[in-house]
Design a protein around this ligand. Sequence first.
Ligand code: ADP
Length: 391
Amino acid sequence: MAAVEFQHIEKVYANGVRALSDVNLGIADGELMVFVGPSGCGKSTLLRILAGLEQPTQGNLIIDGRDAARLTPQERNVAMVFQDYALYPNMTVRGNLEFPLRMRRCSRAEMSARITRIAELLGMAELLDRLPKQLSGGQRQRVAMGRALVREPTVFLLDEPLSNLDAKLRVQVRAEIGELQRRMQATMVYVTHDQVEAMTLGDRIAVLNKGALQQVAPPKELYDRPANVFVAGFIGNPPMNLFPTRLTLDATGRLRVTLGNESLAVPGEPGTYQHLNRWVEQPLMGGIRPEGLALAPEGMAGFRATLAEAEYLGHETLLHLRTAAGDAANRAIALVARLQGMHAFVKGSSICLQVDMSQLYLFENTGAALPQRGAAGTDAVALGSTPRREA
Ligand code: ADP
C-alpha cells in the first residue's frame, strides 16, 4: 500500500467547467480517507484523477513518492470499485476474480493462492462457483471489492459503493468495508455524498464544496470544530441551526449574542471573551446544533419559540421551531431542537428554550469560524467550552 499526495490540483474540463481548484491533500499509507460533499462538488473528479482516468489541468499527484504523471496505469496499480460493480455476468465469481490476474499474466498457482486468500477475507469461499445473477446485492458488492483487492493494489478506491444497496444492507456492508480496511491496512479512498457514511467510516474526512477543499479532519473534529459555515451545516443530521447574529457588550462589559429578537448572555466573567472584541457589532453567523437547545427548566429564564412541527422518533423528539419576528433586521429564525426521549407538544404552542452556550458557534460573514480563545488557528469554536467550567 502507499501514501498519496495531491499538490495544487486543479481541473477544468474541456467544456470550461472548473471541477477542482487548488486541492492540497495528503493521504497516509494505510489510511481510510473519505471524500464527502454535495453532488457536483468534485469528489469523483478527484478520485478519477487518482485512478488515472482523468488528468489534472494543473498540479501534481504523488503516489508512493513518485510523480503519477510518469507512471503507467500498471505502475500506478490503483484499483477502483464502481457503483454498479461492473461484474462480468457470464463469468463465475472465480472467473471475475481471476480476470484482473490473467490480465497481469499471473501464474496459475499464484492466482489460485490469491483467490483463496481474498475469498476467505471476504467470507465468500462458498460463492466462487456462482454466477453474479445468483448473488444478492451485498454479495455482488463483495465480489466487486474482491476483484479490486485481488490485484493487491497500492491504493484502493471506492466510488459510492453502497448506493445500490438497501438501507439495512448498507449499514452492514459499510461495517464490513471498515473492518476489511483495518485488517488489510489498505490505503483506501472512499467517495460518498452521505455525511453519515463519511462520519462512521473515515479515519479522516475531506469535505469538498464547489471544487474546493473545505476541511480535512477526523470525524469528531469536523463535528466539534468545523472550520467554516459550510462544514458546520453539512456535517450533522439534523444540520446545525445557522442564523444571522451580532455580538454586543452590555453595560457591565458582558458579551451577549443576538438570536432573532432575543439577546442571550454569554456566561463567564466580563473580559472572558476579549479575543472576540473585534467582532462586536459586526454582522456574523451563529450556529447551534439541535442538541445545543433544551427546554428551559420550570421557572428558569429562556427564550420563546413557536412549535411548527414535532417529529417523535422514540428515542428522541425533534422540534421544528420559529422564533418571533421582529423588525426587518430580526426576521423569524427557524430552529430544530433535539430532545432525548418522547415529549408531547401541541403544534403552535410557545415553548421556552435554553441555549447551551458552550455549544454556540460563531462564523464571520465570509464563512470562516471565529478563533477559539487563546488559539492561533481559526478552525475552532468561538465559545467552545463553558467558561464556568474553565474558570
Ligand atoms: P461529484 O462527484 O462531487 O458529484 P464530479 O466530480 O462528478 O462531482 O463533478 C464536478 C463538476 O464537474 C460538476 O459540475 C460536473 O458537472 C462536472 N463534470 C464532471 N465530469 C465532467 C466531464 N467529463 N466533462 C465536463 N464536466 C464534467
